[in-house]
Ligand binder design. Structure first.
Ligand code: CA
Length: 237
């Protein structure tokens, strides 16, 4: 039987648009999803968990220990070359504290070797951190803190972000844009002064999900239904 080439292209299209789409129902493929811990790893652990999931029965569990070397991440090097959209469902066991932590880390060639664009928490809210100059988004002023959001615990949250080639950053929690975590042309973010003191436009080479703390905070995170794409996929109903 001859295949109609046009139909074949249409059939393949949904898959070619999403570079990565993973719900871990076939297990944890450690080749596609390697662990990542720069310089040291003492105490952090990644495992496949069949006791909680956003979809199906499996998710990836990260037991993060305290201190920098307690860090451990798991992720992918399949990153689109242009706009990058990431959607993950995540569940945190403990609330973000005043201490600086990261739960997503991305090697960023725009910052230099072994420097990362990080997403995590400080001052009890979600924030970005640029490793090379330690800038935060938002500014951690009372106004900046109020412009971000806390990360609820114990339930699956839909977390999305967009990194544009022009330096754009957009962030959504359960489909709602977080004003303090937005940097884009045409939108004024008065709480992005520290972030915008540099003209670095992030160019990430991989995306890792896990836990890293720079003080004593430990936490357990679960991740499921991760999509890395060149367009926004949104939250599933
Ligand atoms: Ca799953």
């Amino acid at each position: 039987m001859l295949l109609n080439p046009a139909l074949l292209v249409l059939a393949l299209l949904p898959f070619s648009l999403a570079q990565v789409s993973e719900g871990f129902e076939n297990g944890w493929d450690q080749t596609a999803w390697p662990t990542y811990a720069v310089d040291c790893n003492q105490g952090g652990k990644v495992s496949l968990d069949s006791s909680t999931a956003h979809s199906g029965k499996n998710s990836i569990r990260v037991d993060g220990a305290g201190g920098y070397c307690g860090h451990i991440f798991v992720g992918t090097t399949k990153v689109p070359s242009g706009d990058v959209y990431v959607r993950t469902y995540l569940k945190a066991s403990k609330a973000l504290t005043d201490a600086h932590v990261s739960f997503i880390t991305m090697p960023d060639s725009a910052q230099g070797t072994k420097k990362h664009l990080r997403i995590g928490g400080q001052s009890k809210i979600l924030m970005y951190n640029r490793e090379s100059d330690d800038a935060t988004l938002p500014d951690l002023s009372p106004q900046g803190i109020a412009a971000s959001a806390a990360l609820p615990t114990g339930t699956w949250q839909c977390f999305e972000y967009h990194l544009g080639t022009d330096g754009t950053i957009e962030t959504w929690l359960n489909g709602n844009a977080i004003a303090g975590l937005t940097v884009k042309a045409g939108v004024t973010n008065v709480n992005a002064a520290q972030w915008q003191r540099s003209s670095i436009k992030p160019k990430i080479t991989s995306i890792y999900f896990g836990w890293e703390s720079y003080g004593g905070d430990a936490n357990t995170f679960w991740y499921d239904d991760i999509v890395v794409s060149s367009s926004r996929v949104g939250c599933s109903s």
